[in-house]
Write a new protein. Structure first.
Length: 351
């Protein structure tokens, strides 16, 4: 089902003033006008949406959560009315369908997956156009697989190669690629690609927690996104007047699963014997029902826009150094989670 946030958080908003073009500097008056604006948030109860809420609360940023109990996301007329009533200046969409416990569930719930990931972005785009409000959509890097022949990552100019059009993808990845197609002509819109989120909070949605918790892993090279850096970069797109468009908001560089395991061992957070699948075929035979995306993305465009994304190994080390576990110990926390059959790094848990 589409996420159904039901909490409402409203802070005072000031009337937005006209924004000067290309005001990247925080000393520009337009920057302060945007900082003082109100943001409408959809999908606030999910993994990424919850991080936006924490970010806004910690920075005293004015926002209002709209959930399905408040309005019909799929009706552009009604949604535009509620957006206008909120007096918002910018909208962030974190709503979508990922499937639980992983993307395999999307194969069984294709209608819900297609509606939330492919249809909904287009409806929100129409609503925002009617309300004349700029907005940002949280998308996924899982619409790619592999890397370029020279080992470099895919850029925003490259067409997705893990999609329904290619015929090689999971239903989840195919639906996310369709969602981006629906936004290809959207105006005043950011498309923010997240890739395998992680941070220092132990969680069943955190990639680092998954690596620690699953009993068998697939070694693969991937780009990753530190969750707070991702959210900060999204917010900076708006406040710094970054050009509208698609951005790969991943940390610089890429890592393999084994390299992540080595960093975990380096910190001594868990004491376990990490076991790996022999190959991707072995993984598919034992643990998965649908193909997974393992890919490298190029974040050069984001870096040129002065969005702050640290090197991926540095971000992982910092997260592990600050690691927070609910409960008496990492091992006891891992034991109380449902046992996973196996992990392949994937961008499946975005919401």
């Amino acid at each position: 089902m589409l996420l159904q946030p039901n909490a409402i958080a409203i802070l005072p908003s000031q009337t937005a003033m006209p924004i000067a073009p290309n005001c990247h500097s925080t000393s520009h008056p337009a920057f302060y006008q945007k900082v003082n604006s109100l943001i409408v948030l959809l999908g606030a109860s999910g993994y990424v949406g919850s991080e936006f809420v924490r970010f806004f609360d910690q920075r005293a940023i004015a926002y209002k959560v709209l959930g399905r109990r408040d309005c019909d996301f799929y009706d552009p007329q009604l949604l535009s009315r509620d957006i206008a009533a909120a007096n918002g200046d910018f909208l962030v969409n974190c709503a979508g369908y990922t499937g639980k416990p992983n993307v395999d569930a999307c194969e069984l719930h294709r209608t819900e997956c297609l509606l939330a990931n492919a249809v909904l972005p287009g409806r929100i785009a129409e609503a925002c156009a009617l309300a004349n409000i700029p907005w940002g959509h949280v998308s996924s890097g899982c619409i790619f697989t592999g890397a370029k022949p020279d080992g470099s990552g895919f850029s925003e100019d490259d067409p997705p190669n893990f999609s329904f059009r290619e015929g090689n993808c999971s239903f989840y990845s195919g639906s996310k690629a369709l969602g981006e197609e629906c936004l290809s002509d959207a105006e005043q819109c950011y498309v923010w690609r997240l890739r395998i989120p992680f941070n220092h909070h132990d969680s069943s949605r955190n990639y680092l927690s998954k690596v620690m918790r699953y009993d068998r892993l697939l070694d693969a090279r991937n780009s990753l996104s530190h969750l707070r850096e991702f959210v900060t970069a999204c917010y900076d797109c708006w406040t710094r007047n970054v050009e509208f468009g698609t951005y790969n908001l991943t940390n610089s560089g890429s890592v393999t699963t084994r390299e992540v395991v080595d960093l975990i061992r380096e910190r001594g957070i868990v004491d376990k014997n990490f076991v790996f699948f022999d190959s991707e075929d072995d993984f598919m035979r034992r643990a998965a029902k649908t193909p997974r995306s393992n890919t490298v993305l190029d974040n050069s465009k984001a870096l040129k826009a002065v969005l702050r994304l640290s090197p991926v190994r540095e971000a992982i080390r910092q997260s592990l150094a600050l690691w927070e576990v609910e409960g008496p110990s990492p091992c006891s926390q891992l034991r109380r989670w449902p046992i996973g059959r196996g992990l392949v790094p994937d961008g499946d848990d975005l919401r």
